[in-house]
Design a protein around this ligand. Structure first.
Ligand code: IPE
Ligand code: IPE
Ligand code: MG
Ligand code: MG
Length: 326
């Protein structure tokens, strides 16, 4: 996954900039006490696509390019992401992330909550060095992300959840940070306002497409490739786009009965068959493709060049990784 992403994004700005971001991250997760260091570095050392810091570096090219503040901004968004994942894995009772035990599983929930808090604290230390506009943006984004997670848990197991609520959750919990990643790089690097706004729109639409595709993958993907089990969302009572579409389809009643029994992962095959038979998976992928198209329109407002093309490819890569699974 990371290799193919790097192939797409084989740009000098990333080849030069990402090692600097990694160094900043390594120092952010370091700690004097070995236990604290082990917990805070757990996700950092197990991998991840580093999409968000990549977007920061790319966004900065529309201004003055990479400097120390841009690198700090890139590390800050990744730390917000990783800190949220520590907490998300507690919320979702996840056992595995990146093919290794999640922090809550390796230790326990208390450790995962504190570890996540520490990463968010580190992110806020970096953020405070970025100037008012950027640090305010990062703070608002963290609030949005948390509100998204909260709305999601307010709707767990609710078969009356509508697509509008689901979309809002996706926007808050995922698209907001992807949009901010693009934006904050451009802000810190002093890019023109028109570029800052186009990048924000691109990030928001790409983020919607990304989470929609990720949710489809949770149903139709391959566990080994995903680094986490399939069917986790519905098992936890998170009903995503394909299921919400399925619930309003001709086989909605049947689906409702199955889900009302709160099935385990064994039901994934049956659910897939039903959702496929009513075209719900394709419709959800179609919704992701529509957001991707909107993201590409936003890119049309940016100067053409290798970075704008890379952003285009990145969006397509993130959505298309859900398509071959079909
Ligand atoms: C996972 O994000 C959570 C979602 C928003 C879908 P990523 O897929 O970017 O996470 P890593 O860091 O690459 O594992
Ligand atoms: C990702 O949500 C967490 C945040 C965006 C904060 P999910 O629960 O959908 O993501 P995975 O499937 O655990 O990566
Ligand atoms: Mg999760
Ligand atoms: Mg979750």
């Amino acid at each position: 996954m990371v290799e193919s992403l790097n192939r797409i994004l084989d740009l000098p700005v990333l080849l030069d900039g990402m090692p600097m971001v990694e160094a900043e991250l390594t120092s952010a997760v370091a700690a004097e006490h070995p236990f604290v260091a082990e917990v805070s570095g757990h996700l950092h050392s197990s991998g991840g696509k580093r999409i968000r810091p990549t977007l920061v570096l790319l966004g900065a090219t529309y201004g003055k390019g990479t400097d120390q503040r841009v690198v700090r901004a890139a590390a800050a968004v990744e730390l917000i992401h990783q800190g949220s994942l520590y907490h998300d894995d507690v919320i979702d009772e996840a056992d595995i992330r990146h093919n290794v035990e999640s922090v809550n599983r390796r230790w326990d929930n208390v450790v995962a909550i504190l570890g996540g808090d520490l990463l968010l604290g580190r992110a806020s230390e970096l953020s405070s060095l970025l100037g008012e506009e950027a640090s305010n943006l990062l703070a608002r984004t963290l609030s949005a992300l948390v509100m998204g997670e909260m709305i999601e848990i307010a709707h767990l197991y609710r078969l009356d959840t509508d697509v509008t609520t689901y979309r809002r959750v996706v926007e808050l919990k995922t698209a907001s940070l992807l949009s901010t990643s693009c934006r904050v790089g451009a802000v810190v690097a002093g890019a023109p306002r028109l570029s800052i706004d186009a990048l924000s729109r691109y990030g928001l639409e790409m983020g919607m497409a990304f989470q929609l595709a990720d949710d489809v993958l949770d149903l139709v993907g391959d566990a080994a490739e995903l680094g986490k089990p399939v069917g986790k969302d519905f098992c936890e009572g998170v009903y995503t786009m394909p299921i919400l579409i399925g619930l309003t389809s001709a086989r909605g009643g049947e689906l409702r009965e199955i889900l009302a029994d709160r099935p385990g992962p064994d039901a994934v095959g049956l659910l897939r068959d039903i959702l496929d038979s009513v075209g719900a998976v394709d419709e959800a992928l179609g919704a992701a493709a529509a957001h991707l198209e909107a993201a590409r329109r936003a890119l049309g407002e940016l100067p053409a060049g290798p970075v704008t093309s890379a952003l285009d490819e990145l969006g397509r890569f993130l959505v298309e990784r859900a398509t071959p699974a079909r």
